[in-house]
Write a protein of this length. Structure first.
Length: 298
């Protein structure tokens, strides 16, 4: 069993999961306004919340719930069990907004969980370098917050079930380490850079570390990406930057992340999972907590 520390373990993981789901559901609401992005951006700038009475979460949260379930069951990343849980999550709610690669892979994992070893490396000629492994991993980082080396190892194991490309893995490692540092009250971009494997994700994080927090989020996103490319390197640096910018304020972190639009449910899910590892969702407005689709009580 995993040792429980004051800064990590199941309680921190649950806080992170709640923050991730809040960010995911909040961010998803802006997709319907993409035909008029300037109108959406103006509403975000005015801090007028989405108008829908119910904020539903997407595949980001569905797969984060699967990661969380495996940690509760096993206390570590059992890759075959995780693959099975991913397949079950997809089977239960295949319309949650999964990307093309997951529509190909996850039904196969439902039938044969161990097939991820053969199938994941063949996605997109060398494995996916998308942001999917990063978007779901923050609760894992919070769980293992007491040991950053283990955080990185477990994050990599979780990523490879679906994202075999080194940069898909690097994105997951970066977000998990950021969530671990957040749970410890030690989040810094430089520390995340140091823990991230080499390549485009780490280079983007290094650029993020050089951008002052006084910069407007939309300008930071112009330099770092806003997830529109659906790649880990196009998504993770900006989301970690906004999380570090508002490390103790989930509401402000999500508004700042949403300003950049792009793959806004995923950027907000990543930011929410990182900040939530420290704060949970208690600081979010009561109206937001009431509207967000609930999670299971586990």
């Amino acid at each position: 069993m995993t040792a429980i520390s004051p800064t990590g373990g199941p309680e921190a993981a649950r806080r992170s999961l709640e923050g991730l789901a809040m960010g995911d559901a909040f961010g998803e609401r802006w997709f319907s306004r993409f035909r008029e992005p300037e109108q959406a951006r103006a509403q975000i700038k005015d801090r007028r919340p989405p108008e829908e009475p119910e904020w539903l979460w997407t595949d980001d949260t569905a797969l984060a719930l699967a990661v969380h379930q495996v940690l509760i069951e096993r206390g570590t990343v059992d890759q075959d069990r995780l693959a099975a849980c991913f397949g079950l999550a997809y089977d239960a709610h295949s319309g949650r907004g999964y990307g093309y690669g997951m529509h190909v892979l996850l039904p196969e994992l439902l039938a044969d969980p161990a097939s991820w070893r053969r199938l994941a490396p063949d996605l997109f000629d060398g494995g996916s370098l998308g942001n999917g492994a990063a978007m779901r991993v923050a609760p894992l980082g919070a769980w293992f917050a007491a040991d950053l080396d283990r955080t990185a190892r477990e994050a990599a194991l979780s990523a490879r079930v679906t994202h075999a490309h080194p940069q898909g893995v690097a994105g997951a490692v970066a977000v998990a380490v950021a969530a671990a540092l957040s749970a410890r009250g030690e989040l810094s971009l430089d520390a995340v850079v140091d823990a991230t494997p080499g390549g485009a994700v780490r280079e983007g994080l290094a650029r993020a570390a050089a951008i002052p927090f006084s910069a407007e989020p939309v300008h930071a996103a112009a330099a770092l990406g806003n997830g529109s490319g659906i790649r880990a390197d196009d998504t993770v640096p900006f989301a970690v930057w906004t999380a570090a910018r508002h490390h103790d304020d989930l509401q402000s972190a999500l508004w700042a992340t949403a300003e950049a639009l792009g793959d806004v449910d995923t950027t907000c899910a990543i930011t929410g999972g990182i900040v939530g590892a420290r704060t949970g969702i208690t600081g979010a407005p009561a109206d937001w907590r009431r509207r967000r689709e609930p999670l299971s009580p586990a």
